[in-house]
Design a protein around this ligand. Sequence first.
Ligand SMILES: Cc1ncc(COP(=O)(O)O)c(C=O)c1O
Length: 403
Amino acid sequence: MITKIPFSPPFINEDVEQEVLSALHSGWITTGPKVRQLEEAFNLKYGFKESIGVNSWTSGAILVLRWLGIKEGDEVIIPAYTYSATALAVLHAGGTPVMVDVEDDFNISVEKIEKAITSKTKAIIGVDIGGFPADYDGQWDILSKKSVQDLFVAESEVQQKLGRCLLIADSAHSFGSDFGSKLADIVVFSLHAVKNLTSAEGGIISLNLPESFDVRTTYTLFRRLTLNGQSKDALDKSRSGSWRYDIVEFGMKCNLPDVNAAIALGQLKSWDSIQSRRISIFQYYSNYFKKFDWAILPPETKGGSNTSGHLFMLRIAGIKEELRDEIISEISKTEVTVNVHFIPMPMLTLFKNLGYDIQNYPKAYSLYENEISLPIYPSLTDEKLHIICTEVSKAIENAKTSL
Ligand SMILES: Cc1ncc(COP(=O)(O)O)c(C=O)c1O
């Protein structure tokens, strides 16, 4: 039996074990001091005004859209090329996802966003595919246009305070990226098991809202909304004589437990070396594959933006979906594991049944049909990288000669 090179194992070392053990032995394992420490680490890294731990990107995004006051008929613009959670969050919040096509860098097309804005648009969600930041400067430019602002209809208190569409970043892949542009109003990260920084399951909502939103009040509100809208969290309530509570809002139950936050805190202790190894693997692949005329390399850097190196999304020029699938099945006979990111949402049953049609997203399909994602994580040795490069290029060259 061949021993497989895994695709994206979590980074677990002694620091991670120590942090988790310290949470387990602290007498408090759900949301408490470790979550706060993690939130502060996010604030420090990107200069966010505040951050709130949640149990996934998905629930974090639903919460943000509910806070915004999304209701039936409201539209949220998203790219067609992303993991389905981006659209599912909009549906869960009661809104309509308006999918638009993407650009060669896999990210949402700013031009297409502008065309899709209507008087029903309440938010835009840019997605940093693979960890390469979407063009937020371009999105801000659109939001600052008078013609776009004139279309906006405020229908909730938050929308009135904002006076325009909310700009949200789906930064599920981009902890570690340099954004190189003005940050979105709200950035939501994922700490899912396969992500660069993980808490097994988890997410972070980071606030970068305009001055009209008081930071402390908004942080406290979001924290409460993650805890069923309860006036006191469980830690406060557990203190002697402090049992009385109220439910003051219609919240969700999506708080991040301390025992999960501890995993990410342990990883952060080695963050610089984790991140630099990811980038050196990304560059190793780029250097290796650039010699092949069929290789289309993923974006690494542009202006002040740099990828987090979450994914290495290699594309093979001139091949169709069937041949890409055959190449993957050849590679899977070796020790190498590869993947595809992503099947555009209009190709998935749920979205097809809702009326989305891949014919309307030709760029998304053209990126998907020849994409293969290669493993990228800090414990990959140069020896394994050599095997991956050799097996992947061999399978592609063989397939190409059979054309
Ligand atoms: C682009 C994107 N957005 C959102 C998510 C959802 O993240 P989570 O699993 O933390 O809900 C993912 C997860 O893979 C993703 O890839």
